[in-house]
Design a protein around this ligand. Structure first.
Ligand SMILES: *Cc1c(COP(=O)(O)O)cnc(C)c1O
Length: 258
């Protein structure tokens, strides 16, 4: 991440290849929000006995145009996450000249694996063996690898995505045969729309599960990442050990679904 006092490179010669150019005010506001999120994440990391380098900020960019994402990447951020394969694919060309890592953070249908592997560096939503096998087979054919997280449903409620905590160990064991896939750790969404206090236990659950799987050797010692926390609660998630928070609306503003 760029330090706040480094002047940003001004891109005056290249026209933006997007339908609507952003106003200078919109650009300035994204930059201010990015700096604020960085500062808050760093403060929370230090409060949890870590440093800012221990906690990455991934920008959740669903529904946001490539022009806004470009502002963030030019400001020194490098991690973006899309929920839909269609958006991941649709924005890839516009951002191809900027150094970054794209993650898929939403559910992946088996028929979209090929498109995903063309553009995603990491898939955070692996939650079943059938999907993982499809991914690994495709990677073999492409002679390629991919990073991934196992998505765990720690919400203690019925929810569509994520494997149950008690089934996670067996899934990870089965995935060891998937040699093209590199496990980085565990991801959870928690309880969308709840207050931070209601959400916090689901983050604690993910950290405890990770500690258990690491100490028993069920999970590789490299797979230490915990992807958890969003705009409303990322400081709590960091307090519970998040190594990656996924922040959207506090940087880009409200999302408009068309
Ligand atoms: C949208 C989204 C986020 C970010 O949510 P905000 O509240 O906008 O910060 C994080 N993770 C996932 C999986 C998301 O879909």
């Amino acid at each position: 991440m760029s330090s706040p006092d480094t002047p940003e490179p001004q891109n005056t010669s290249e026209p933006q290849n997007t339908p609507e150019a952003l106003s200078p005010e919109a650009i300035a506001s994204i930059r201010v929000n990015l700096d604020e999120v960085s500062t808050r994440a760093a403060t929370a990391a230090e409060a949890s006995g870590r440093t800012s380098a221990d906690v990455k900020v991934l920008l959740a960019t669903k529904t946001q145009p490539a022009a806004k994402i470009r502002v963030a990447l030019e400001h020194g951020f490098t991690l973006i996450g899309e929920n839909k394969v269609q958006e991941l694919v649709g924005k890839a060309d516009d951002l191809a000249d900027l150094d970054h890592e794209a993650h898929l953070i939403g559910p992946l249908q088996k028929n979209k694996v090929n498109h995903t592997l063309r553009h995603a560096h990491c898939i955070q939503s692996v939650d079943n063996l059938e999907l993982a096998t499809k991914i690994n087979n495709r990677l073999e054919a492409l002679d390629q690898t991919v990073d991934f997280f196992v998505q765990v449903n720690t919400s203690r409620e019925d929810s569509k995505s994520g494997i149950a905590p008690e089934e996670t160990e067996a899934l990870i064991a089965a995935l060891q045969a998937h040699t093209r896939m590199r496990l980085r750790g565990l991801m959870t969404i928690g309880l969308p729309g709840r207050t931070p206090d209601e959400i916090r236990p689901s983050y604690a659950d993910l950290r405890e599960l990770s500690e258990k799987l690491l100490s028993s050797g069920a999970m590789s010692p490299d797979a230490t990442e915990l992807s958890m926390g969003m705009s409303n609660d990322f400081e709590l998630a960091i307090a519970e050990g998040a190594t990656m928070v996924r922040v959207g609306s506090s940087v880009f503003g409200a999302r408009y679904y068309s």
